[in-house]
Ligand binder design. Structure first.
Ligand code: SF4
Length: 373
């Protein structure tokens, strides 16, 4: 078996630890490029979700490199995610690719098919101590890649040399590919945090704070969202991203696991959106409210063009934005999106936030001098 999987930021680092330890040879897709997107767009239905197109491009590029098996998670409605794997399997068959398509659905949609997919994904073995050990290690590695990205977003506006910040974080992510034990992981964490602490700071304390919400793939995959986080960071903005693959996995396999973050976001969203609308629709609403309460200056809402749950969220977010006086920039992304237009919109958004911040400060000063007089 030569297995492949779709890219999602640093998922390949974690799976690159998991699968070889289980005796499964992997053929990761090459990094996402314009060519990947063009391949996906060419063979997917025109109205399919953009993430389906990009991940289809991943699969075809990996098959051309020798992959014969695809591992993919299944999904449920009410949005189109429930059809993703099936559509991709049919497209690949129609194109003449002879590959095994292993779809891992939640056990509540069929324990037998869940176990058989899990068996295929674990090299025919289930729940042996060695599998539990490597699964824990690869999950811990995935979690650490997300912590690293959180540091990158938070520190970019605060360090003197952002390129040095990138070197430290990218170097650690590469080193993570060679980690064999939790002890090695802990040592790497400690040394990386020391390096990040030691980076010279630029002395700025008063920066804009912007949160990111949206659909799980577009909000995280920097190679398709034009790296909005970096763009904001380079404009001197402190960035936080509420979307996480780790939390997504924990939530998917509830009640065996649970995501506190998501449960909290769903609770916060209740006054505005009570029902599950698919994908991350409720999360986008709840996380925006959390950002408002935490004093963030604005929110960027990232989603694939035509994504039904996020279109619902977009409507609801207009009320949230008004009630909490929090500007929200909605960015719908697909194969037709251009970098220049997106950069202009983000720059204009940051200008607006900066002006609002200065006006608030002036207002506070004026009120302060009035109350003293
Ligand atoms: S969440 Fe949006 S992008 Fe993802 S499958 Fe559903 S409709 Fe498509």
């Amino acid at each position: 078996m030569r297995a492949t999987f779709p890219h999602l930021l640093h998922l390949d680092v974690a799976l690159g630890i998991l699968y070889p330890s289980l005796g499964i040879e992997i053929v990761p897709p090459p990094p996402i490029t314009q060519k990947t997107i063009e391949i996906g767009v060419k063979f997917a239905p025109q109205n399919a979700c953009f993430p389906l197109k990009v991940t289809l491009g991943n699969f075809i590029e990996a098959i051309e490199r020798g992959a014969d098996t695809i591992f993919m998670v299944g999904g449920v409605g009410p949005c189109r995610f429930g059809y993703y794997g099936q559509i991709q399997r049919i497209i690949l068959e129609d194109l003449g690719y002879r590959v095994q398509f292993v779809l891992l659905d939640h056990p509540r949609y069929g324990v037998r098919s869940f176990l058989s997919a899990l068996r295929a994904m674990t090299g025919g073995r289930l729940f042996l101590p060695e599998i539990v050990r490597v699964a824990r290690l690869s999950f811990a590695v995935l979690r650490f890649t997300e912590e690293l990205e959180a540091h990158r977003r938070a520190l970019r506006c605060q360090v003197k040399d952002p390129q040095e910040l990138d070197r430290v974080i990218d170097g650690t992510i590469e080193a993570l590919r060679r980690v064999k034990t939790l002890r090695e992981l802990e040592a790497l964490k400690t040394s990386t945090l020391e390096k990040l602490d030691a980076l010279p700071r630029n002395g700025r304390k008063d920066f804009l704070k912007v949160g990111i919400v949206g659909e799980v793939y577009i909000a995280q995959e920097t190679r398709v969202n034009f790296n909005v986080e970096k763009l904001l960071g380079d404009l001197g903005v402190y960035v936080h991203n509420s979307v996480s693959t780790v939390e997504y996995i924990l939530h998917t396999f509830r009640p065996l696991t649970r995501s506190r973050e998501k449960l909290e976001a769903w609770e916060l969203a209740k006054p505005y959106l009570k029902r599950f609308v698919g994908g991350e629709g409720i999360d986008s609403v709840g996380s925006t409210i959390r950002y408002a309460r935490e004093g963030f200056d604005g929110v960027v809402h990232l989603y694939p063009f035509t994504c039904m749950p996020e279109i619902v969220a977009k409507g609801v977010l207009q009320a949230v934005s008004r009630d909490f006086d929090l500007p929200v920039l909605h960015l719908a992304i697909d194969e037709h999106s251009g970098e220049a237009g997106l950069v202009t919109r983000v720059e204009a958004f940051v200008d607006v936030l900066e002006r609002r911040k200065q006006e608030k400060k002036r207002g506070l000063k004026r009120n302060g001098s009035l109350s003293r007089s």
